[in-house]
Ligand binder design. Structure first.
Ligand code: SAH
Length: 219
């Protein structure tokens, strides 16, 4: 069983990530290490290495592996960084970040998901990940500034607190747009300036909270 999952995982890395042009060896090694099937609810486990997003409960999803890889590659991490993730969800992307950076803070709005992810990450031995419950549209000020921030939910606009919590040279990767489609954007801080660039169109679950979508706009 374990062995066949490893084979599926290596296939996922080769076919869905490397062959599509993401070939940074540290990134590929992180995807080879993290057992994605343990982050997916049992009914979907047989699809854990498929080229698709999957439900994780509470109306939320774990993103398609390629999209996770693309977002992480856009952070330009080298290994010494402190990073922030908004939207812990299953904890999968946080586990990958733990392989790619020195210290990871991740914030989740839904307490049940946060608790499950924290337990899973602990059980798997990821000791450099700190899980927090709260409104990540406000960032996580206690550990700021961050060299990288990645937002796993769609925002109507870039939340100002996230720009403020970027370190010098730090990069923020975030889907920005309407409820259905967004642009994957990268913001980079240089002194008082922040520059942005747009990458491909994506479709994420909505960011909630103060700088996200308001509850009455959600349904
Ligand atoms: N990175 C996750 C996928 C997350 S899906 C993984 O690898 O599994 C997006 C997550 O963002 C959901 O769990 C949702 O509850 C969370 N979310 C939405 N708005 C948020 C907010 N304001 N603060 C923190 N988390 C938020």
């Amino acid at each position: 069983m374990q062995e066949s999952e490893e084979i599926l995982r290596l296939q996922m890395v080769n076919e869905q990530i490397a062959r599509r042009g993401l070939q940074d060896e540290r990134l590929l090694e992180a995807f080879r290490r993290v057992p994605r099937h343990l982050f997916v609810p049992p009914p979907y486990r047989h699809l854990a290495y498929a080229d698709t997003p999957l439900p994780i409960g509470y109306g939320q999803t774990i993103s398609q592996p390629y999209i996770v890889a693309l977002m992480l590659s856009l952070l330009h991490l080298r290994g010494h960084e402190k990073v922030l993730e908004i939207g812990t969800g299953s904890g999968y992307q946080a586990a990958l970040l733990a392989c790619l950076a020195q210290e990871v803070h991740t914030v989740e709005y839904i307490p049940e998901l946060a608790e499950e992810a924290a337990q899973r990450l602990k059980a798997l031995g990821f000791e450099n990940v700190f899980c927090h419950v709260g409104d990540g549209s406000l960032g996580w000020p206690p550990a700021a500034p961050y060299h990288g921030i990645v937002v796993a939910a769609a925002a109507p606009q870039v939340p100002q607190p996230l720009l403020e919590q970027l370190a010098e040279g730090g990069r923020l990767v975030i889907p920005v747009g309407n409820r259905k489609y967004q642009d994957l954007q990268v913001w980079e801080r240089h002194g008082e300036q922040v520059e942005s660039e747009s990458f491909l169109p994506v479709a994420f679950v909505p960011l909630r909270g103060t700088f996200g979508w308001q509850e009455e706009e959600l349904w």
